[in-house]
Write a protein that binds this ligand. Structure first.
Ligand code: ATP
Ligand SMILES: Nc1ccn([C@@H]2O[C@H](COP(=O)(O)O)[C@@H](O)[C@H]2O)c(=O)n1
Ligand code: MG
Length: 239
C-alpha cells in the first residue's frame, strides 16, 4: 500500500538536475540512488519511485493511441493533459470557460492549472508508472513541472509525424472534440512548432528523448516504442 508522506525532504530523486526537492507531496516514493539504465539488461529497482514518461508529438501524431498500447503491455497509468482539461470543462469548474476558450484557440492553458490536475491524479493512483501525454506543451509547462514536482521525467517519447498526416488523422478522428476542425488544427500546429519543439530539443540535448517515427500502422509504430520500456525490465502485463 502507499503511505502518504507530508514531507519529501528525505526522498532522493534519481536526477542530479532536480530543481526543488521539497516542493511536492507524494505517496511513499522511497529513497534510491541507482542511475536509470539505458538499453542495458539491468533489473529495474525503483518499484516505489515514480517513473515518469512524458509523451510528446503534434496534434494527431498518435500519442493517445500508443499510450493505450503501453498501458496494455507495461501497466502504466495514462494521464492525458488534454483529457484532464476536457474533464474540467465538463465538470463546470470555475476554470471551465477559460479552458474551453483556450482549447478552441489551440493555445496553452496556464501551467499551474494543468499541473494541479496531473498532480491530483498521480496522488490518487496506487501506480508508480505514469505516462503524461501532451505535457509539457511549452518551456513554461516544463519549468513549472520541475519546480512543483522537484523531479524530471525518466523517459520522453516524441512521435515525429508530418503535418499533412496529422491533419488527416485529426479530421478523421470523429470524437466530437471542439478543436478537431481545420481552423483550430492550423493554430495548434503553429503553437506546436513555436512552443513544443523547444521542449523536444531540451530533452534531446539532455539525452532523454526517444524519437519515434510516427508514420506507419499503429503496430509498426509500437514496435519502436516497446523496446524503450522493455529495457527498463518492468514486470510486464502482457508480452
Ligand atoms: N498509425 C496510425 N495510422 C493511422 N491512424 C492513426 C494512427 N495512430 C493513430 N491514428 C488515429 O489518428 C487519430 C489521432 O490519434 P491520437 O488521438 O492517438 O493522436 P494524439 O497525438 O493523441 O492527438 P491529440 O494531440 O490531438 O490528442 C485517431 O483517430 C487515431 O485512431
Ligand atoms: N499541457 C497541455 C495539454 C493540452 N492543453 C490544451 O488542450 C488541448 C488538447 O490537448 P490534446 O493533448 O488532447 O491534444 C491543446 O490544444 C491545448 O489547448 C494545454 O493547454 N496544455
Ligand atoms: Mg491525444
Amino acid at each position: 500500500m502507499w503511505r502518504r508522506v507530508t514531507s519529501v525532504s528525505h526522498l532522493t530523486f534519481a536526477h542530479k538536475s532536480t530543481v526543488n526537492k521539497n516542493a511536492c507531496t507524494f505517496k511513499c516514493w522511497e529513497s534510491f540512488t541507482t542511475e536509470i539504465p539505458r538499453k542495458e539488461k539491468t533489473t529495474y529497482q525503483r518499484a516505489k519511485t515514480p517513473f515518469i514518461t512524458f509523451v510528446l508529438g503534434g496534434p494527431g501524431s498518435g500519442k493517445g493511441t500508443q499510450c493505450m498500447k503501453i498501458v496494455e503491455n507495461f501497466g502504466f497509468t495514462h494521464l492525458s493533459a488534454g483529457e484532464l482539461l476536457r474533464r474540467e470543462i465538463a465538470s463546470n469548474s470555475a476554470d471551465g470557460i477559460m479552458i474551453l476558450n483556450t482549447i478552441k484557440e489551440g493555445k496553452i492553458v496556464p501551467s499551474e492549472l494543468t499541473i494541479k490536475l496531473i498532480q491530483k491524479e498521480m496522488e490518487l493512483s496506487d501506480n508508480y508508472k505514469f505516462l503524461i501525454d501532451g505535457f509539457p506543451r511549452s518551456e513554461d509547462n516544463r519549468k513549472a513541472f520541475e519546480q512543483i514536482f522537484g523531479a524530471e521525467p525518466d523517459v520522453v517519447l516524441f512521435f515525429d509525424c508530418p503535418e499533412d498526416e496529422m491533419v488527416k488523422r485529426v479530421l478523421n478522428r470523429n470524437q466530437g472534440r471542439v478543436d478537431d476542425n481545420i481552423d483550430t488544427i492550423k493554430k495548434r500546429l503553429k503553437v506546436f512548432t513555436a512552443l513544443n519543439l523547444p521542449v523536444v530539443n531540451h530533452y534531446l540535448e539532455k539525452g532523454k528523448l526517444y524519437k519515434i517515427n510516427g508514420v506507419g500502422t499503429v503496430d509498426e509504430i509500437y514496435k519502436q516504442v516497446h523496446p524503450v520500456f522493455s529495457s527498463f525490465h518492468f514486470e510486464q502485463v502482457r508480452v
